[in-house]
Every structure is written in structure tokens, then in C-alpha cells.
Design a protein around this ligand. Structure first.
Ligand code: DQA
Length: 147
């Protein structure tokens, strides 16, 4: 089974203390540990990254080509603004799941638009940290079906 890249965008390094009423109190390190534990029970290998920089996220997506079977991307606010990230996903041709902790559709209208969704395999949002586990399972199913 190919490995999975879990890529986190801007401000997600602050999880745990950032607007806990919206994003919960689980830190990104906690989420990484949860993901690694879940992946290991399924014999999956994964890489877990975070950057606040759009260019670094783009480079991580480019580098995933030929290295990872899938990407789980919480692009944070870049979801709603970045044509460049959308193009990177199209160019890399690595199946990508868009992920959000919060239910972006129940929030401000500027969060309803997603450039990532246009090129994503699917979208998971609103389940907090558990969404990362749901996304791993969804990607695992996709990779099993397409292997
Ligand atoms: C987020 C939702 C985005 O709208 C926001 O800008 C974030 C986090 C989420 O995980 O709920 O930074 O991607």
C-alpha cells in the first residue's frame, strides 16, 4: 500500500490554543500521534507536515508525485483563496482529500468557497480531529480500490 502525505496549512500549528471553541483543544502533535497510531494498525506509512507558507505547501504537493499514493490536505485559509494550490494538485496528479476540522459550510460565507474541492477526490469537514482518521480510512479505501 503506498504511503499517505498529511499536509497542514497556515495556523494549524496553533491548534490546541487557537480558537478552541471552533477547533477544539487537540494539538497538531496530538493529531499526528493519532494518525500514526491509526496508520500503523493498518500497516500504512504516512508523512505528516505543516507549513504556514503557500509555496512550501505547493512544493510538498509537487514532491508527493511518485512518492505518496495520496494526500490529505487541510489547507486552512488557503482553501478559500489559492488557485496556485488547486493547480499544484491538478499538476501532481496525486489523489487528494480536502479536510477541515470545522464545518466550513456552517461558518462565514467566504469559507463556503473552496478551490481545493474542485480538484479533490472528496471533502471531509466538521468532525474535528476525528476527521483526520476518517480521511485516512477514506484514502485507504480509495488506494485499495485503485491499486
Ligand atoms: C480550517 C477551516 C478554514 O476555513 C480556516 O481558515 C482554517 C482551518 C479547518 O480545519 O476547519 O485555518 O481549514
Amino acid at each position: 500500500m503506498p504511503s499517505i502525505l498529511i499536509l497542514n496549512g497556515p495556523n494549524l500549528n496553533l491548534l490546541g490554543t487557537r480558537q478552541p471553541e471552533v477547533y477544539g483543544r487537540t494539538t497538531l502533535a496530538d493529531i499526528e500521534a493519532m494518525c500514526r497510531a491509526h496508520a500503523s494498525t493498518h500497516g500504512l506509512s504516512l508523512e505528516f507536515e505543516q507549513s504556514n507558507h503557500e509555496g512550501a505547501l505547493i512544493e510538498a504537493i509537487h514532491a508527493a508525485r511518485g512518492l505518496h499514493g495520496g494526500i490529505i490536505l487541510n489547507a486552512g485559509a488557503y482553501t478559500h483563496s489559492s488557485v496556485a494550490l488547486m493547480d499544484a494538485i491538478s499538476s501532481a496528479e496525486v489523489p487528494t482529500i480536502e479536510l477541515h476540522l470545522s464545518n466550513v459550510h456552517a461558518r462565514e460565507s467566504f469559507r463556503h468557497r473552496s478551490f481545493i474541492a474542485k480538484v479533490a477526490l472528496g471533502v471531509i469537514c466538521g468532525f474535528g480531529a476525528q476527521g483526520y482518521i476518517l480521511a485516512i480510512d477514506a484514502m485507504r479505501g480509495h488506494l485499495e480500490r485503485t491499486e
